[in-house]
Write a protein that binds this ligand. Structure first.
Ligand code: NDP
Length: 391
């Protein structure tokens, strides 16, 4: 029987890879919904190509344009947040690939409806991890990790209980500045920071890779997905990005998942789970790779790892504050307002201010913390931008 699939964020990078996989195996899926923020043309084209039942645009002002773009099809055009959440709740399998905190409410809607959620939206787990996993338990929803590291761990666990696991090891490429000195890093431009050595990704996540904040956010995600405390989740730099993460069991065995750096691999795993499907990826040629290297991350040059660990251990609002401050700081760096070294300084400053509630009880509370932390980060960015101009 075909699985009824909704793709939230269908016009983005993960959404596009998901559509590519659906096109390779159309007998496996019935696309019941596709969503986007504002890209009407791309959304309508994907709806036509997949025969989607409904297409939802988040920006209500664009409903008319979407209606025009879908004329002559059986696809129902809809707009707004409520329609987005309804689309998420009305599918067997939901690919959650909206970027940012806008993804939280639709993910929660899918979880509360007891759906299987292929979760790419990092922010759901980083800012509201306990809420999401608690709701998944109560409503019988399944969360399948799409982020390549967490998907690798999920595959290595192969349904085993985490009480037989001694630690998880998240691998990190080390980003474009792995071998640079702290002084060199402070001078790096946005163009240098987004030039990731292995993966092709958007600008924000590429900068997060250069600061290693991406790995810090993944540490928080891993804690919520697999229930292990911070001290049993390690980070290991592995420049080739061939091993996507590892699980060490109590008997000393280590299991690793290997694959090419192509997001279609973890996405295909989540879409087909518990089966497997073709992904169209290039096969890994281990003889050509020839060697695999590992090193400890340098805490001095990559303070983001310490900040993320502190936020995870503090709990409550701290991870949401870390995430929001980082987003503002990365955007300011990409705009040229602050330097590369200022990104973590802004995050540290915001984390050190009013800590926010110890317990976050709702998505609305997360969004309040998010907004307040963005404001605090913007103030810090302005201060640092002035210093940079004056310097
Ligand atoms: P993109 O920016 O490429 O795509 C984002 C998608 O979300 C688009 O469809 C966009 O619509 C939609 N969107 C943006 N804002 C809103 C909003 N306010 N309301 C509704 N929809 C919105 O992101 P990616 O595909 O790169 O990433 C998606 C998520 O997956 C992120 O959380 C990211 O961290 C995570 N991830 C990404 C990886 C990657 O390799 N790209 C790897 C692992 C995780 P529109 O096009 O109309 O703007």
């Amino acid at each position: 029987m075909k699985r009824r699939l909704a793709i939230l964020g269908a016009t983005g990078s993960v959404g596009g890879s998901t559509l590519d996989l659906v096109a390779r195996d159309p007998d496996r899926f019935e696309v019941v919904a596709l969503t986007a923020a504002s890209n009407v043309d791309k959304l309508a084209a994907a709806a036509r190509a997949t025969g989607a039942r409904r297409a939802v645009i988040a920006d209500e002002a664009l409903l008319g344009a979407l209606e025009d773009a879908l004329s002559g099809t059986d696809c129902k055009p809809e707009a707004g947040d409520a329609a987005l959440e309804a689309a998420a709740a009305d599918a067997d399998l939901v690919m959650a690939a909206i970027v940012g905190t806008a993804g939280l409410a639709p993910v929660m809607a899918a979880i509360e409806a007891g759906r299987t959620v292929a979760l790419a939206n990092k922010e759901s787990l980083v800012t509201a991890g306990a809420l999401m996993t608690g709701a998944a338990r109560r409503h019988g929803a399944t969360i399948l990790p799409v982020d390549s590291e967490h998907n690798a761990i999920f595959q290595c666990l192969a349904g085993q209980d985490c009480d037989r696991v001694s630690r998880l090891v998240l691998t990190a490429s080390g980003g474009p500045f792995r071998t640079r000195s702290r002084e060199e890093m402070a001078r790096m431009s946005p163009a240098e920071a987004v030039a990731h050595p292995n993966w092709s990704m958007g600008a924000k996540i590429s900068v997060d890779s250069a600061t290693m904040m991406n790995k810090g956010l993944e540490l928080i995600e891993a804690h919520h997905l697999f229930g292990l405390p911070s001290e049993r989740i390690d980070i290991l730099v592995h420049p080739q990005s061939v091993i996507h993460s590892l699980v060490e069991y109590v008997d000393g065995s280590m299991l690793a998942q290997l694959g090419p750096p192509d997001m279609r691999v973890p996405i295909a795993h989540a879409l087909a789970w518990p089966e497997r499907m073709e992904s169209g990826c290039e096969r890994l040629d281990l003889a050509a790779v020839s060697r695999l290297d590992f090193e400890q991350p340098d805490p001095e040059r990559f303070p983001a790892l310490r900040l993320a660990r502190e936020a995870l251990e503090a709990g409550g609002a701290a991870p949401a504050r870390l995430n929001a401050a980082n987003e503002v700081a990365v955007a300011a760096f990409l705009d040229g307002a602050i330097g590369f070294g200022d990104i973590c300084a802004v995050v540290e400053k915001v984390l050190g201010q009013a800590p926010g509630p110890d317990d976050i009880a709702s998505i609305e509370a997360v969004l309040e913390v998010d907004e307040a932390s963005r404001e605090a980060a913007r103030v810090e960015v302005v201060t640092r931008a002035r210093e940079k101009v004056g310097a």
